[in-house]
Design a protein around this ligand. Structure first.
Ligand SMILES: Cc1ncc(COP(=O)(O)O)c(C=O)c1O
Length: 391
């Protein structure tokens, strides 16, 4: 099958983006309202956003912060993870999942994924990497596909570990996140399923630890600027060594608009993913999509595995030429320069399943503004690119 002649001849095919935030008049109006209100930093809108996020996830409360990186760091710090401790982490994740461990003074211990085609953290490998110093484990819901958090909680309880979810990809996946762990950290970075430009949220079921996270996001202070401004508090004490990880009202306002639309966007993402599965199965059966069709997901990204022997760089270049963006999730963290240098011993760490997954993975466009015809164009172009590479 050849690409449409018009596109080849004139290069006017519309760009299919990997992902895109959905923004419009409601977001503009919400931002203008904040400006008009005269109160820009953490206030009533951020608090409302926290409550709505908690309600959407069926939990008691939540704490808004400046990013998921801040959320992960606070989740560890509020559970007293620090120097001398080891934290089990995936290497198949974004680098922040591991860097926060160093930021609290602890040591990340990388764990392999289940199989070359299953990018979830392996419980068996985690068990094999336990030491007397292991204090916590971070699991990541790869691509929006839910981890079995209750099984991980059982493992954590068995070994006295703190279980943290890197929930950056699963905003809106009620029942599967923020319930069975000690803490879950969400991201509202621009490429996530909902955005506040930069932003994050922490769900902590235990009220005492949750309030500690709330204080630690703002220097460990016992009262907020808003409370003092409104006369609800006088003065403050500092009871923890904290940070400035606050969310501001502009982001809170964006969050309130976006969260109302999140369930619908997640439905659209799931429908587009089902369409990808159908079209790929029909037209390009050598390319597989990880996870079963029915696996609970927010469908954050569309990862596929290319068959052995495929030149991924060439495929990505062909897609780009056809005005289709693509990406890879993720280059393994343990292979990054700084992590290699920090790895103890002379033999570099190897994680065979993680490395095999990373070598075969290609991320195709997925966002709520895509049409089914866009999915068909992506698959058709991918088939052409692969055929060109193997001829
Ligand atoms: C899996 C994962 N963890 C953590 C983060 C960090 O999120 P943020 O950019 O909000 O700090 C991201 C976002 O890119 C992510 O994808």
């Amino acid at each position: 099958m050849s690409a449409p002649a018009v596109g080849r001849a004139t290069g006017v095919l519309p760009l299919i983006e990997l992902g895109t935030p959905v923004l419009g008049e409601p977001e503009k109006a919400a931002l203008a309202e904040v400006i008009d209100s005269g109160w820009l930093t953490m206030g009533e809108r951020v608090r409302r956003f926290e409550r709505e996020f908690a309600t959407l996830h069926g939990v008691e409360d939540a704490v808004a912060v400046g990013s998921a990186t801040a959320a992960l760091l606070l989740a560890l710090a509020a559970h007293d993870i620090g120097p001398g401790d080891e934290v089990l982490v995936p290497s198949m994740s974004f680098v922040a999942t591991a860097s926060v461990v160093y930021h609290v003074g602890a040591t990340p211990v990388f764990v392999d994924v289940e199989a070359p085609d299953r990018p979830h953290l392996s419980l068996a490998d985690a068990r094999a990497r336990l030491t007397a110093r292991t204090r916590a484990v971070i699991v990541m819901h790869f691509g929006g596909y839910a981890m079995d958090v209750p099984a991980w909680r059982e493992f954590a309880d068995e070994h006295g570990l703190v279980l943290v979810e890197d929930a950056a990809h699963v905003a809106g996946l009620a029942g599967h996140t923020g319930v069975a762990s000690h803490a879950a950290a969400f991201s509202f970075f621009t490429n996530k399923n909902m955005t506040t430009a930069e932003g994050g949220m922490v769900i902590v079921p235990d009220e005492g630890r949750r309030e500690r996270v709330r204080r630690m996001r703002s220097h460990g202070m016992t009262t907020s600027t808003l409370d003092r401004d409104r006369g609800r508090a006088v003065g403050y004490d500092v009871v923890d060594v904290g940070h400035n990880f606050r969310m501001d009202e502009l982001r809170g306002a964006l969050g309130l608009v976006q969260i109302a639309r999140l369930p619908g966007w997640n439905d659209t993402r799931r429908a587009l993913t089902a369409h990808y599965r159908d079209v790929l199965a029909r037209e390009l059966p050598s390319v597989t999509v990880p996870f079963a069709r029915a696996h609970p997901t927010t469908a954050h990204i569309l990862p596929v595995l290319l068959p052995p022997g495929t030149d991924r760089r060439a495929v990505m270049a062909s897609l780009r030429e056809a005005r289709i963006q693509s990406s890879m999730h993720y280059p393994p963290i343990h292979e990054f320069d700084v992590y290699r240098r920090r790895h103890p011993g002379t033999v570099p760490l190897t994680l065979p399943n993680t490395e095999a997954f990373a070598a075969a993975e290609l991320t195709l466009p997925l966002h709520p503004l895509l049409a089914p015809e866009d999915v068909e164009r992506v698959v058709r172009t991918l088939a052409e690119a692969m055929a060109a590479g193997t001829s």
